[in-house]
Design a protein around this ligand. Sequence first.
Ligand code: NDP
Length: 444
Amino acid sequence: MSYVDEVYELVVQKNPAQPEFHQAVKEVLESLRVVIGKNEKVYRRDALLERMVTPERIVMFRVPWVDDKGQVQVNNGFRVQFNSAIGPYKGGLRFHPSVNLGIIKFLGFEQVFKNSLTSLAIGGGKGGADFDPKGKSDREVMAFCQSFMTELQRHIGPDTDVPAGDIGVGAREIGFMYGQYKKIRNAYEGVLTGKGLSYGGSLARTQATGYGLLYLTEELMKCNGIPVKDQIVAVSGAGNVAIYAIEKAQQLGMKPVTCSDSSGWIYDPDGIDLKVLKDVKEVKRARLTEYAKKRKKAEYHEGKGVWGVKCDVALPCATQNELDLADAKKLVKNGCKVVCEGANMPTTMDATAFLQKSGVLFVCGKAANAGGVATSALEMSQNSERLSWTFEEVDGKLKQIMVNIYHNIDDAAKKYGKKGDYVAGANIAGFLKVAEAMQAQGIV
Ligand code: NDP
């Protein structure tokens, strides 16, 4: 049996009931066959892959807090410190009822390669809790965040592990967690990114993942001779990534016509009205039915359906496995030419294979959504030098990073005989840097 197959079997055996983690490992290992094959003897001797698929450290903890009725609630908290070969652990915190250890491990594993692709000195980690901020009062969210940070603060630090936001963790949650960290540790330091501008945050961090997604998409389209202007875009999600993807797409002259949340989705044939969307989601924290009430021609549908809309470009920006084979078939039938992942692993493996086979340009999340973590690393740099850069400066660096990522993954794919396979390109380019650093640092 090949080394890759052996390691994958081991992962399935040792990590039962973690299908998302298996899926993330399989996708990476499959595309590494061509690289591993060339170095199999050394990698096998050094158990390089076994070390790569095993987190350096996992912390799991109880998060008790008191709700507005005086009732004590208990949630599960996690931090997976996956790999620190190229820098301190870095990766978001997700608060969502679906969070479990397997989800956090899949996200942490992806993060290792994504962070490597940014060319910045950041290792990979991820964390979160099965807490749902939806429908909670600000006081309840604060109580939860403080309890969560009371434990997490023992394990993180500006040179050790620097968490950020993810699903369910935005500016409000980061603020409450930062306040608690500072109180307990008596230290004003850059231990979280995505902070507010008044206390160490970076301009353009809020926009970074969505903007970065579009910078990469634009470069991909330009290099493949596809016009950008006037292209119809289908976007899923209505959170941080989706909103700023829509904003930058509009700035580039594209026409985003959809968005979604976990209850339903919007089709707005005149193009999404960003002002209304921001008001509904960022200010009122309401459902998308409110958007439809304010836009005469917009249609609201329950459930999922964004990928059935005719589009040139599809940008899944909600959550994992939200675009399956049936969706991929609809996209291809409707003439979609480009799919770039804003979310982490939103496309199932069979859907990815189908899109690639059908000639759709497909870029996976670890490359396409790396703008968020890259800008988080820029926030760390600003905190270290106690300076704040202008929006234009940060945005300019972000754009350059995304353009570089596109060319790196394109080059890696070509070099290993997989021209146009940007999934392979991303996994190979991300892997090689981490592998080299791990080999250089010995068996640790
Ligand atoms: P938000 O919490 O801001 O928004 C998430 C959006 O996706 C919401 O509209 C939410 O709807 C929807 N959603 C979440 N879970 C589900 C589900 N199970 N089914 C259907 N819809 C769902 O998160 P972000 O925008 O920050 O993150 C979106 C994706 O992007 C995630 O995969 C995240 O890991 C990834 N990502 C985020 C980065 C960042 O900087 N924020 C960086 C890189 C990747 P509802 O509100 O109804 O739950």
